[in-house]
Design a protein around this ligand. Structure first.
Ligand code: ATP
Length: 379
């Protein structure tokens, strides 16, 4: 059994109560983060939400104002503890790859391999270059490589010392769209093959959902939810998560039963018990069904046709607009009156469902991130 799968091994990362302020800007406001070994985690959120600041604090490039960080069971940041970046056993992959242009690929990869004999270094460099599929390019200069190949050199350099944790800051943003999808898949396969634990920073929700095991969604310095992609999508913990991850429209609703709400499009079942008298419900476009009906509750006001599907906008009598995803057949047109139904139960939030609640006190255990009360906010 490898350390990565040992049941009693500590998590690769435990961050508790992390805070960082720059002047008047609170960049990170009480973030708890736990990352299991061998997992790929995305730090996802809009520009300025604090995700790079979290990554830099984990790397030791920034000192938090409060909070503790353990890597592989060892405290690297805490009261009276501040282990420098080079002694954290963390590998970094930056947005621009930060390769040394005057050093060959092999020397770039060997850069962080200290304390080994020349022979051991050479063998390890060859081993990781094979792992990233660049076995024959050790003598090339990085400038003679494609963007995707440079990305793999940066990854090989980070993997070479067998770090406890690999941190990747927007690693795909310099690649054009056509290349990005294939490089993403390659990087994922390489990290899996190396049994590495990795954290990606990204603002691309599709990238986060499709590439990683767990996604930490941040907004305005706070961690809103840390969950696997399916849970994030089907049980968003806050309204922000619902609207940021995937497409969602939100309707006001009133409690009509433990698992029932009344909405402008009728009575709907909910996925969890309804907490308050006044709530908001999330309608996913793919769950909204439309049918032409003279006595329907809405009117088609727009159709965007994509071939494989279409997005139909429906205006309700109160002026709200909902979106419905439908198949390729164009059987509705602007001005058609439609009835609306929703597939499956909906997620309802209390009206204060905008935020993740008060940030956890630094003394609380990091597992509070996944605590049931966080999920209970859904109901
Ligand atoms: P992006 O996706 O745009 O990189 P981000 O989510 O990574 O954004 P951060 O870079 O962590 O966000 O920044 C969080 C907030 O802290 C922002 O308001 C940013 O302007 C501010 N900030 C970050 N670094 C500094 C700094 N060195 N000095 C002052 N303000 C900073």
């Amino acid at each position: 059994m490898t350390a990565a799968h040992h049941p009693t091994a500590p998590p690769a990362l435990v961050g508790v109560g992390l805070r960082k302020r720059f002047g008047d800007t609170v960049a990170v406001d009480g973030v708890d983060l736990e990352v299991p070994r061998g997992s790929l985690t995305a730090l996802l959120g809009p520009s300025g939400c604090g995700k790079t600041t979290v990554l830099r604090m984990i790397a030791g490039l920034l000192t938090p104002d409060a909070g503790t960080i353990e890597i592989d069971g060892r405290t690297v940041t805490g009261p009276d503890v501040s282990v420098p970046p080079e002694r954290r056993n963390v590998g970094l992959v930056f947005q621009d790859y930060a390769l040394f242009p005057h050093l060959s690929v092999g020397r770039n990869v060997a850069y962080g391999l200290t304390g080994r004999s020349r022979r051991e270094r050479r063998a390890r460099v060859q081993q990781v270059l094979e792992l990233v599929g660049l076995g024959g390019l050790s003598h090339r200069l990085p400038t003679a490589l494609s963007g995707g190949q440079q990305q793999r050199v940066a990854l090989a350099r980070a993997l070479a010392p067998a770090p406890d944790l690999i941190l990747l800051d927007e690693p795909f943003s310099n690649l054009d769209a056509a290349l990005r999808a294939s490089v993403r898949e390659e990087v994922r396969a390489i990290l899996r093959a190396a049994e590495a634990t990795a954290i990606f920073v990204t603002h691309d929700q599709e990238e986060a959902l499709s590439l990683t095991d767990r996604v930490a969604v941040m907004h305005e310095g706070r961690l809103h939810q840390l969950a696997d992609p399916q849970t994030l999508y089907t049980q968003p913990a806050t309204r922000f998560v619902a609207e940021f991850v995937g497409e969602a429209d939100v309707l006001p609703a009133t409690r009509a039963g433990r698992y029932l709400v009344d909405t402008p499009i009728g009575r709907l079942p909910t996925a969890a018990p309804v907490g308050s008298a006044e709530v908001a419900v999330v309608i996913r476009p793919e769950a909204l069904r439309l049918r032409a009906a003279a006595d329907g509750a809405g009117t088609v006001v727009g159709i965007s046709y994509f071939g494989h599907d279409q997005l139909v906008q429906v205006e309700l009598d109160d002026g709200r607009v909902l979106r419905a995803r439908r198949g390729p057949r164009l059987d509705l047109e602007r001005g058609t009156r439609v009835s609306l139904t929703v597939d499956g139960p909906v997620v309802a939030f209390d009206h204060d469902g905008d935020g993740p609640g008060e940030p956890a006190e630094p003394a609380e255990p990091a597992s509070a991130v996944d605590a049931p009360d966080r999920l209970a906010a859904v109901g």
